[in-house]
Design a protein around this ligand. Structure first.
Ligand code: ADP
Length: 634
């Protein structure tokens, strides 16, 4: 193209890009060398894409160019140049790809960055900010690119990263992308052989294409998942893991499997120490890299493992899939499905073994990834394994951190017990003061504690473990529990109720019904209470109160469910009320206490929306009790 016809156009970056650039340029001085990792990774993606097109038989220009990445530097000019022979970009693609940020979660990420300047460099390292990171070290970048497509023109792009960029058509460029970085004054020391070599070795050693630095090949490592397990050192696994995930810590578990029949595949999988989803910006950041004969077919394939195993990172490589397989039809490919099923069961078996061999480590795993794992209740194919792997807090352990399995539960349950009991609550403290649990405590029956609404879904969806039904404590047929031997008898100074009082109690129950009216479904004498004077119970066969609570908490249902109000006739307070009732059936004090009891339990269940009446009533009751107090004292 001649100089006269060359037209340069100016463009402005999108707001999000400007915001990111602003942070990158002005607040980051450590971890800056990851810019090279980001650019090399883009080059490697571009080469992968080219190889993929070529395998499909797409027509490609400069077909004989080797697939490689070249890094050069000029210490006098203070420049670094990175060139790849990948798919390149057309002008429109540059505008689309470089002018905007498409990555999901970017805005959350930016928010975190802006809030958290000190840890910004750490975050950047984990998130992968892509192309723009180059402006941490550059005050000018010139990018030249030529698409692999036959009729596309080569493009020259230039920017100082301050808000605008310019583009023009250019000539004399071969397929791929070249990025010329003009280093900032304070980043000049990067243009040095040893420095560049060590950055590439540290971050890009496992790139699947040769990387040359001043004509010398730097990365040496081949596809380690294809190597026999015995030949790989722990450090190599760690190094690969860090390369793959950007995690700075070692992996928690390594699963390396090679299967030959009926279908050949190798899988190298990792379970990270920490749940990656720190700020929710990793929602899309999961999936396994799928290779066919060492060629990357798809980065972060999301169908190889079910979503509840999305904490697993790694690669799967198969000889048996066609190289030109299209990503869109992968899911329908029978071989792919078989590999996916096998990989899923490898992961589950690995976890089972971990749980068996080292329960404490399994607990560590669970506390980090259990929240995601428990979503697996709908994987019917692996339901049995899932049931063995899921963990709960329980009345038989000492702290929230301790966990039990269904197998632990059933191994120590009462001989005649046929059900597994659970209760949902906001915390261990809240659950332990739940009156529903009193009878279970006194009979020594274990109850599983659930804190996450999802756990309730797990229970109501799987319904059974082996032959044992899963039952919420408020939906239990209490006669079954009542029959069991009492192990923890509470001493009480209340005598057994007399015949006469027992009769009067019937009238008292009717009076309570009258007081509470249609706010309750019924009033009954309780079988389940030991310490508490009363409790609100769900009528049989309705939604469990757990589910009601969840719906109330999540605002889906603001109505107050009508329940059965049970009273404990062996409780001192109830006996005292009975005495007052016997002398005056319409006693005002009795009415106030019953109202108060009802609202107290309403409040415990999270249903008391307006506390004003309650406070007024409590004040009244305190006034009355202070009268009594003075009369006794004097
Ligand atoms: P990311 O790599 O996370 O998508 P980047 O900002 O690094 O984000 O890159 C944006 C897009 O620009 C890439 O997805 C790719 O389409 C394109 N791109 C970047 N570098 C290259 C390159 N060397 N060759 C071809 N396309 C590239």
């Amino acid at each position: 193209m001649s100089e006269e016809t060359k037209t340069t156009q100016n463009y402005e970056f999108k707001a999000e890009v400007k915001q990111l650039l602003n942070i990158l340029v002005h607040s980051l001085y450590t971890n800056r060398d990851i810019f090279l990792r980001e650019l090399i990774s883009n080059s490697s993606d571009a080469l992968d894409k080219l190889r993929f097109e070529s395998n499909k038989g797409t027509e490609i220009i400069d077909k004989d160019l080797p697939l490689e990445i070249n890094v050069k530097f000029d210490a006098k000019e203070n420049t670094i140049t990175i060139r790849d022979t990948g798919i390149g970009m057309s002008k429109d693609e540059i505008i689309k790809n470089i002018g905007t940020i498409a990555k999901s979660g970017t805005s959350e990420f930016l928010e975190q960055l802006a809030k958290n300047k000190e840890s910004a460099s750490n975050l950047i390292g984990k998130f992968g900010v892509g192309f723009y990171s180059v402006f941490m070290v550059a005050d000018k970048v010139v990018l030249k690119s030529k698409s692999y497509k036959k009729d596309e023109k080569a493009v020259r792009w230039e920017s100082d990263g301050l808000g605008t960029y310019e583009m023009e058509e250019t000539g004399g460029v071969i397929r791929g992308t070249t990025i010329e970085i003009h280093l900032k004054e304070d980043a000049k020391e990067l243009a040095e052989e040893y420095r560049l070599e060590s950055i590439i070795k540290k971050h890009s050693n496992f790139i699947n294409f040769p990387i040359y630095l001043s004509e010398k090949r730097v990365n040496t490592v081949s596809a380690i998942w294809r190597e026999p397990k015995s030949s790989i050192k722990k450090e190599q696994y760690t190094e690969f893991y860090k390369f793959l995930t950007y995690d700075s810590e070692e992996p928690f578990e390594i699963i390396h499997k090679s299967v030959d029949a009926p279908i050949q595949f190798s899988a190298l999988l990792f379970i990270p120490k920490k749940n990656f989803d720190m700020f929710g910006f990793s929602r899309e950041n999961y999936g396994l890299d799928l290779y066919v004969r060492r060629v990357l077919i798809q980065h972060q394939n999301k169908d190889m493992l079910p979503e509840y195993l999305s904490f697993v990172k790694g690669v799967v490589d198969s000889e048996d899939l066609p190289l030109n397989i299209s990503r869109e039809t992968l899911q329908e490919n029978l071989i792919f499905t078989k590999i996916a099923n096998s990989v899923t069961s490898q992961v589950l078996s690995h976890l089972s073994k971990l749980a068996e061999d080292d329960p404490q480590r399994y607990t560590e795993f669970w506390n980090e990834h259990g929240k995601v794992f428990r979503l697996g209740y709908s994987d019917f194919t692996n339901l049995e394994k899932y049931q063995e792997l899921i963990r709960f807090n329980s009345s038989k352990v000492d702290s929230v951190k301790d966990l039990v399995s269904f197998a632990d539960y059933t191994s120590r349950m009462k001989e005649s017990q046929k059900e597994i009991y659970y209760v949902f609550g906001q915390s261990r403290g809240a659950i332990e003061s739940d009156p529903h649990l009193e009878i279970f405590k006194s009979k020594g029956v274990e109850v599983l504690y659930l804190f996450d609404p999802v756990e309730e879904l797990v229970m109501s969806s799987i319904r059974k473990y082996k032959d044992y039904e899963l039952k919420s404590v408020d939906q239990v047929d209490l006669s079954k529990i009542d029959k069991l031997e009492t192990v923890d008898e509470k001493k009480t100074d209340v005598e057994e109720i007399s015949k006469e009082d027992s009769k009067a109690m019937k009238g008292f129950v009717d009076r309570v019904k009258e007081i509470l009216g249609d706010r309750v479904k019924d009033v009954k004498i309780s079988k389940r209470l030991k310490d508490s004077p009363a409790v609100l119970v769900n009528p049989d066969d309705t939604t469990s109160s757990t589910m009601q609570k969840i719906m109330h908490i999540t605002n889906q249902d603001k109505s107050i469910p009508k329940k059965i109000f049970e009273i404990n006739q062996d409780h001192k307070m109830i006996r005292n009320l009975l005495t007052a009732y016997k002398s005056d059936a319409n006693d005002e004090y009795v009415k106030n206490v019953i109202e108060q009891l009802y609202e107290s339990y309403l409040m415990l269940d999270g249903y008391l929306d307006d506390p004003h009446m309650m406070v007024k009533r409590i004040n009244k009751l305190m006034e009355q009790s202070s009268d009594w107090y003075n009369s006794v004292k004097n």
